[in-house]
Write a protein that binds this ligand. Structure first.
Ligand code: SAH
Length: 347
C-alpha cells in the first residue's frame, strides 16, 4: 500500500500551518483552534477536536497528523524516570526519557536515530547514524510524553538523548523555536538545554541565533591525547579550537556554558585530570557538571569509585569552579545518560 506522507503539525510554525490549511481546506483561521487543542489542551487526535466540523476533521485526517511517532515501549524506573521507545514512519526506533523530580519535570529528547560521533562510552553511536529526525519527530516526543504525564507539567527540556543536535542543526533549532513559540508550547528558552559533543562552527552559529537557551559541551577530558581517544571528534576539532569557540560563544551571548564531564574509573578520574581541567577552564565563565559513568553494554568502562568522584569534585571546588554532580536516574531501565540505544532494526 502506498501511503502518502502527511504534514506533521508539531513540525510547523503557526504561519506555516495556516498557509497549508488555506491551500488544502481553504480555512486558514482553523490553525489557531488546532494549535489550541494540541498545545493547550493536550489533544493529539482530530476526532476529539470538538469545535471543528465533522467534515473538516475527516479532511484534515487525510492530509495532516498532529504527531508523527508511535509509542512502542515504555519502562518505568523505580525512581519514576520513564523511558519511551518511539517508532518512526520508516521503522527507525528512538528513545526519550521523562524525568520527574520534586520540583521539576524534565523531558530528554533525541535529535537523530543513532549517532555518527562514536564516543567510546556512549551506547547511542554503537551502530552509527541512521538519519536525522525531522522537526515534527523532535517535537512529537515532547507532546506524546507530556500527554502521558498530565499530572506533571513540563518544566524543562534537555536535548541530550540520542544523536548530536548540532549535526541536525536546522531541525533542532526549528524544534526549539516551536517549543518556545507563544502559540505553541510556550516553554521559556532558558529552560531548554542543547548538549553537544563540541562542533565549533555550529556553536558559533548558535551564538548568533539570539536565543536564551542553555548550552552544554561534552568535554570528558582536559587534554587532547585522552579526548582524542574517548571523544573522537576531538581529532577534527582539538581542545584549543573548542575552548576558543566556547570563549567566543560566551562573549557573543553573555551566557554561561556548562561543561559535562563523564567520570570513568581509571580513565579520566585522577586529581591530575581535575587539575588539568581547572587550567583548561581558567578564565571561562562556566559550570562543570560531573556525570558518573553509566554502564553501557559492549564497553569495559566502569563507574568511578566513590572516593575518586569526591576527590575530583573537591579539587574543582577548591579552586573556585562551580561544579555539580548529576545524579543518575533510570539506570535500572537503561534510561540514564549514554544508555539510550535504538533497539534498532537489527535488535
Ligand atoms: N551528542 C550530545 C548529546 C547526547 S549525550 C553530546 O555529546 O553532548 C548527553 C550526555 O551524556 C553527554 O554529555 C554524553 O557524553 C553523556 N554520556 C554519554 N554516555 C554516557 C555514559 N555511558 N554515562 C554517562 N554519561 C554519558
Amino acid at each position: 500500500m502506498c501511503m502518502k506522507k502527511k504534514h506533521v503539525i508539531s513540525g510547523l510554525f503557526p504561519d506555516e500551518l495556516q498557509k497549508l490549511l488555506k491551500d488544502f481546506v481553504s480555512q486558514a483561521y482553523r490553525g489557531r483552534q488546532i494549535l489550541d487543542w494540541i498545545y493547550e489542551k493536550n489533544i493529539l487526535s482530530f476526532s476529539k477536536m470538538s469545535n471543528l466540523p465533522d467534515k473538516l476533521r475527516d479532511e484534515l485526517k487525510l492530509v495532516f497528523e498532529p504527531v508523527s511517532l508511535i509509542e512502542v515501549d515504555k519502562q518505568i524506573s523505580s525512581d519514576k524516570t520513564t523511558k519511551y521507545v518511539f517508532k518512526t514512519y520508516d521503522d527507525e526506533y528512538i528513545e526519550s526519557v521523562f524525568i520527574p523530580t520534586r520540583k521539576r519535570a524534565t523531558i530528554c529528547i533525541s535529535t537523530q536515530a543513532g549517532c555518527a560521533f562514536g564516543c567510546m562510552f556512549c551506547a547511542s553511536g554503537k551502530n552509527g547514524l541512521k538519519r536525522n529526525l525531522s522537526v515534527g519527530e523532535i517535537v512529537s516526543q515532547v507532546l506524546l510524553i507530556r500527554k502521558d504525564n498530565p499530572e506533571n507539567p513540563i518544566t524543562n527540556i534537555v536535548i541530550m538523548g540520542m544523536g548530536e543536535p548540532l549535526a541536525n542543526y536546522e531541525n533542532t533549532l526549528k524544534a526549539v523555536r516551536i517549543l518556545n513559540h507563544p502559540e505553541c508550547l510556550r516553554l521559556a528558552a532558558r529552560r531548554i538545554t542543547i548538549s553537544t559533543c563540541g562542533l565549533p562552527e555550529q556553536i558559533l552559529r548558535l551564538a548568533k541565533e539570539g536565543l536564551q537557551i542553555e548550552l552544554s559541551i561534552s568535554l570528558h577530558a582536559a587534554n587532547n591525547v585522552l579526548r582524542n581517544r574517548i571523544v573522537p571528534v576531538n581529532k577534527k576539532y582539538p581542545l584549543e579550537h573548542l575552548m576558543q569557540t566556547a570563549r567566543d560563544y560566551i562573549r557573543i551571548t553573555n551566557r554561561v556554558i556548562t561543561f559535562e564531564y563523564v567520570i570513568i574509573d581509571g580513565v579520566n578520574d585522577t586529581k591530575r585530570d581535575a587539575e588539568q581541567l581547572i587550567s583548561l577552564l581558567n578564565g571561562i565563565k562556566c559550570k562543570v557538571n560531573i556525570i558518573p559513568f553509566n554502564p553501557v553494554d559492549g564497553t569495559d568502562f566502569r563507574p568511578p569509585k566513590a572516593f575518586k568522584l569526591e576527590e575530583f569534585q573537591e579539587t574543582l571546588q577548591a579552586s573556585g569552579v562551580n561544579v555539580t554532580v548529576r545524579r543518575s536516574r533510570g539506570t535500572d531501565i537503561k534510561g540514564a545518560c549514554g544508555q539510550l540505544a535504538a533497539h534498532s532494526n537489527n535488535a
